[in-house]
Design a protein around this ligand. Structure first.
Ligand code: GLC
Length: 523
């Protein structure tokens, strides 16, 4: 890879997210695994990514697909063994691909030994003090300790047989740790060292803004917001009262983690999953003595509009500059509707997705890709009998399963080479994916896969050499034009063709530069 020897390799890295259950199945049980990843690494090398981020593969009952960890220091047998992990890591490094693993410090699984011990111990015990157990309200403690709601629906508290309640901001099988208890921080420092010693290049920190809650665990003040749109959701977050998120104490943890990462050779890094409400609060996670990167979710939340893209670019670049950090860009991941579908779906959605991806790849900083976006995959409507996302099971509303359908690799019928043989994967793949397999697209120069390969190659040649200075040349509702050094990126978000600036066309996301739903790179 181009920047494998760069001491700050992550600054401009293209990182490919592997959702392990759905990437590639090595043993034919219908679930992706370590052996599957190892076998498919050449696809990623050919695509031209610098690193992979692997979602949790640790021992877990899988109520939230691995984000409910029962043992942070082992591989779940469904995905392989520690040896299989080492083999995958070695094979990735041999190809010049760095490996980032997910760490889940906000909560454990209810099957973690600490939580099991807490259930057996009495209220007020040291075992309970690693989590957030509290007495309830009401005459007999029959009401939850406060009014917080779980992200997955319903109250954020579950009652145990002796009458106490424990806090879970996510599923009831995911009890939140009490980070005011130093034992918790000590345990996670050991976890970091365990994986760093094995050779991982970095961590993606799950729910990085959640570890500390306001100490009083007071009620959240709820304000009704009438209208719901992507824009109003952002405003809503900015105005919301959130005693469970983004507390200042969390930053001391990341200062300690910074020192641990720095004590290892090879420029190890961490990227925060912090759903903060403003660019300013996002930038606090990447101050020089804290984390190297944080996801810039405002880019992903922006609607298909030149003006919103320009706003996010300006806001992001100005806030990361204040703390001297590099930005990150992401359009899809395992928690959100795929961007081709968000932008309208069908051929138009895919065209727009390619164009937005080109804008992201032209910008300075690091870009995170989600498996399948290089195939132009769209969100799948998963039949209800197959739903597995805990939020869907709690609320009865379709959840995140539709962006987690296993990758089609080859062949005419499901499982499309996902695993050996004809065994079907854990979520059904749509039959029309026969045209979207890696095999079919690799043979077609106009496919989305061929486009991604070209885009990553041209990015290395043209964008990375163009410096970090971005100027927005124009942006109205319809057309965004910005320059980065001598590279110009032109995106037509409107419905009529426009003329692109003069220059050599390096890459176009569609057939005709300047056409609607098309991005063009020029020099
Ligand atoms: C993060 C993960 C998501 C998970 C949640 C709880 O947001 O990305 O998939 O459900 O944390 O761990």
């Amino acid at each position: 890879m181009s920047n494998f020897n760069d001491p700050k390799w992550w600054r401009q890295a293209v990182v490919y997210q592997i959702y392990i259950r759905s990437f590639a199945d090595g043993d034919g049980q219908g679930l992706g695994d370590m052996a599957g990843i190892t076998a498919r690494l050449p696809h990623l090398a050919e695509l031209g990514v610098d690193a992979i981020w692997l979602t949790p593969f640790y021992t877990s009952p899988q109520h939230d697909h691995g984000y409910d960890v029962a043992d942070y220091l082992d591989v779940d047998p469904r995905f392989g063994t520690l040896d299989d992990f080492d083999t995958m890591l070695g094979a990735a490094h041999d190809l010049g691909i760095r490996v980032i693993v997910d760490i889940v410090p906000n909560h454990s699984s209810d099957e973690h030994v600490w939580f099991q011990a807490a259930l057996e111990a009495a209220p007020g015990s040291a075992e309970r003090a690693r989590y957030l157990f509290r007495d309830g309200r009401g005459t007999d403690g029959e009401l939850p300790p406060n009014n917080w709601q779980s992200i997955f629906g319903g109250p954020a508290w579950t009652r145990v047989p002796d009458g106490q309640w424990y806090l879970h901001l996510f599923d009831r099988t995911q009890p939140d740790f009490d980070w005011r208890n130093p034992e918790v921080g000590d345990m996670f420092e050991d976890v970091l060292r365990f994986w760093l010693d094995r050779g991982v290049d970095g961590f993606r920190i799950d729910v990085a803004h959640g570890l500390f809650k306001e100490a009083t665990l007071r009620d959240q003040v709820i304000t009704e917001v009438p209208e719901h749109s992507a824009d109003s959701a952002m405003v809503e977050r900015q105005q919301a009262d959130e005693p469970m998120w983004d507390q200042p104490e969390v930053h001391d943890v990341y200062r300690r983690w910074h020192k641990i990462l720095e004590s290892y050779p090879g420029d190890r890094m961490a990227v925060a999953e912090a759903w903060t409400s403003t660019a300013a609060s996002m930038a606090r996670f990447i101050r020089p003595d804290e984390l190297q990167q944080t996801f810039n979710f405002n880019w992903l939340l922006a609607p298909w509009s030149a003006e919103s893209f320009a706003e996010v670019i300006t806001d992001t670049l100005s806030h990361v500059a204040i703390v001297g950090a590099t930005p990150t860009w992401v359009l899809s991941n395992h928690d959100v509707v795929r961007h081709a579908t968000r932008y309208g779906g069908g051929p138009v959605g895919v065209a727009r997705a390619r164009a937005a991806t080109m804008a992201m790849l032209a910008l300075p900083g690091s870009a995170y890709l989600y498996q399948g976006e290089e195939l132009g995959l769209e969100q799948v409507e998963v039949p209800q009998e197959f739903w597995q996302d805990p939020s869907a099971l709690t609320t009865g509303v379709e959840g995140r399963d539709g962006c987690r359908v296993p990758i089609p690799w080859s062949g005419q019928v499901p499982p499309f080479g996902f695993g050996p043989g004809s065994g079907q994967p854990w979520l059904p793949q749509p039959p029309h994916w026969d045209e979207l397999t890696v095999e079919a697209q690799a043979a077609d120069p106009s496919s989305t896969l061929s486009f991604y390969r070209r885009a990553l190659a041209v990015r290395r040649e043209a964008a990375l050499r163009a410096g970090d200075e971005v100027t927005i040349i124009s942006s109205d509702d319809d057309v965004l034009v910005f320059s980065r050094g001598d590279l110009v990126c032109h995106v037509n978000c409107g419905s009529t063709p426009v003329t692109v600036p003069a220059g050599e066309v390096l890459l176009c996301s569609g057939d005709i530069p300047g056409a609607p739903d098309t991005a063009t790179w020029l020099r």
